[in-house]
Design a binder for this molecule. Sequence first.
Ligand SMILES: [Zn+2]
Length: 492
Amino acid sequence: MSSDLSAPVWAQRTAERVVATHGDGPHVVVTGISPSGIIHNLREVLVAEAVANALKARGLEVRFVFHADTIDPLRRVAPGVPESFEAYFGHSLSRIPDPEGCHASYAEHFLVPFEESLREMGMDIEVLRSHELYESGVYTGVTREALENTAALRRILQEISGREMAEDWSPYQPRASSGNLTGNRVAEHLPDENKVVFVDRDGNEGVADYSKGEGKLGWRVELAARWKALGVTFEPFGKDHTSRGGSTDTADRMSREVFHYPVPGRYEYEWNYIKGQGAMSSSKGIVLLPEDLLRILPPDALRRMMLGRDPARAIELDLGEGFPRFVDEYNAETGGTDVPFNHLVLVAQTAGDDAEAAGMLRRGGYEAAARDLASLSQELSYARNWARERAPESLRLRVLDPDESAEAAAGLDEEQRTYLSAVAEKLSPDMDGEAVQEMLYSTAIGREIKPKKAFAAVYTVLLGKKSGPKAGPFVAGLPDGIVRERFLASLV
Ligand SMILES: [Zn+2]
């Protein structure tokens, strides 16, 4: 499964601008994320993917890179991780143990599931780990350049932040023997040996070889250095980076004035909010994981949902009540199934298996959907997962088993019981939804029982609720025999 190359308009315009300033390439589209906690920022990756696809659609060569900041120091402990991990503050994520012991490191624990989701989405992306880039020498040249231009970099940081930087500030963070990357002071640069001499927090002198990943550039400098080291021509940024005085302001100047590298094309995206919860944030635990979302919708629908019409605008994701409408609109636009999602949810929850579901859909008039069993089975699984995990209570249905049904029926009065038994005698498997609806209604009128009370009896013995989906099609769709059995059991 691969994504559609026909890019949305905003991505095409962005690609045009990138080509105008950076030429025909080859292009390098980068998205960078720190695996310091659960990675949820799918929107950023999708923005980058859309622009990469728009460049590819112009026939250009594109390398699409996910830069995982695995060498970054741990700054705060992610929700769910033991507080004892504070002992690793300042250590590279790639060198801290996995809090749950299931992966090679802290970084891998959060990176691997995200990587798997990207693969599941059919994304054509290269995942690079920054500690490996440093270790293999990809950053050696830019690190030397940064160290040689320490004064200029320091000035840029001061001018943009308005803060006085320490006299001995260095763009490079060597790793002390303790594993800590922070708080060490660079004393001397040995450019011919790719080394720095430093003094750690305890006053011990050490030497770090920057061609072997024995340290890293500070993150603001690294942003600009990365553009040059990887030849980046496009990178999206969230609005927090692009605010005045933000990291892109310093990186832009460092790139032009120090690294002499043209600033890559940019797209500023806004946040995704989750209805009822607020802005997505891993530190607050407000996250939607791609792997969970792929349980309720296909990859391209997920792309559409996360990006919205224009990712420069914030959108609120509604995975509850508003979700069926999104799915229906998506299917209408892309030529997907014509079965309304709410109906599919009903069928998925009541049918015993896929063949039975196909039968219900056929009786409901959805012949085409019933015929394509392979895609029906996938649609049903999305609907079933949504119903179980995210549907509002009103749409959550399960047909009661005989014992539960008998128990629920105990709350009915005599009038309702005899109504159900009368209905049971009239039901026949060849009645369609309309016919059943009509029969349920006329039987109520004929027995002078209020329709609302009569229908409540039907829902009570089938679903354990006083109301539910339109009764006629619902009852007609249920497997033959089940309804009669439940209705007659109420008499016992
Ligand atoms: Zn793990």
